[in-house]
Design a protein around this ligand. Structure first.
Ligand code: ADP
Ligand code: MG
Length: 253
């Protein structure tokens, strides 16, 4: 199996507070990794570092053998120019708790914006691709709607289609169902399950333990800016070894 993501001893501080205290994690191509852990444990910060929305204060993150944000010459890091950072970012999809769709653009316009502007793809081709992606997320009939005319679950599925339109190597999900009414959670998880089964590499921060159990190849438990325990869903969820993991799981179930 080919390694796609390498997170090596990453440290991230906000002022004197260390949000990440030496996090290391490798992820193979096609792997689905769920990250669970209490609020404030550093889950979002880790995703944001992978996507270079935050710069790290120590350690390295590589995606597809490229150091994120830097060029490594010997052992010296040189910050990349913005254009190259944008290219790295274009390979990494991100789906947030708040869908962040452009409210004044239609569903299709939201999806084709990145491919046309960032990837300089042909507009007609991009719209055709958007149509396919909307079918894939079960929203073919909503192509010309505005986000405000859709439910939260539908908007989140558009956000997933928008991420996929960039043909990413990897998609990061940060609590994608946390803002949704309970009855809308299932339709989003269903789309994510299908995506996982299709071989997409995914890192999913979630409190949906049953999703992690079904879809994750590996589950990681974070607490206090560190990875406390990791394993298969069966190992970590059904038979956690660490006391803090056990406490967390009994609190969320
Ligand atoms: P999680 O996603 O696991 O709930 P976060 O990664 O959002 O946790 O945050 C980890 C810690 O870092 C928290 O204590 C949070 O308050 C702090 N933190 C996150 N972002 C910032 C920031 N931009 N400035 C200061 N502190 C931050
Ligand atoms: Mg978070």
């Amino acid at each position: 199996m080919k390694k796609l993501v390498e997170i090596n001893n990453v440290v991230k501080a906000f002022g004197s507070f260390q949000a990440l205290r030496g996090v290391s994690l490798d992820i193979n191509e096609g792997e689905v990794v769920c990250i669970i852990g209490p609020s404030g444990s550093g889950k979002s910060t880790l995703l944001r570092c992978i996507n270079h929305l935050e710069t790290v204060d120590g350690g390295l993150i590589k995606v597809a053998d490229n150091v994120i944000g830097y060029r490594l010459t010997g052992s010296v890091l040189h910050e990349l120019p913005d254009r190259e950072i944008a290219q790295q970012r274009a390979q990494i999809g991100m789906v947030f708790q708040q869908y962040n769709l452009f409210p004044h653009k239609t569903v299709t316009e939201n999806i084709v914006e990145g491919p046309i502007i960032v990837r300089r793809k042909d507009p007609a081709e991009s719209r055709a691709k958007a149509k396919e992606l909307l079918q894939q997320v079960g929203l073919a009939e909503k192509a010309d709607y505005y986000p405000g005319q859709l439910s939260g679950g539908q908007q989140q599925r558009v956000a997933i289609a928008r991420a996929l339109a960039m043909e990413p190597r990897l998609i990061l999900f940060d609590e994608p169902t946390s803002a949704l009414d309970p009855e809308l959670v299932g339709e989003v998880l269903q789309v994510m399950r299908r995506l996982a089964a299709s071989g997409m590499t995914m890192i999913v921060v979630t409190h949906e333990i049953s999703f992690a159990r079904e879809a994750a190849d590996r589950v990681v438990f974070m607490d206090g800016g560190q990875i406390v325990e990791e394993g298969t869903a069966d190992e970590l969820i059904s038979n956690p070894r660490n006391e803090r993991t056990r406490e967390f799981l009994s609190a969320v179930r």
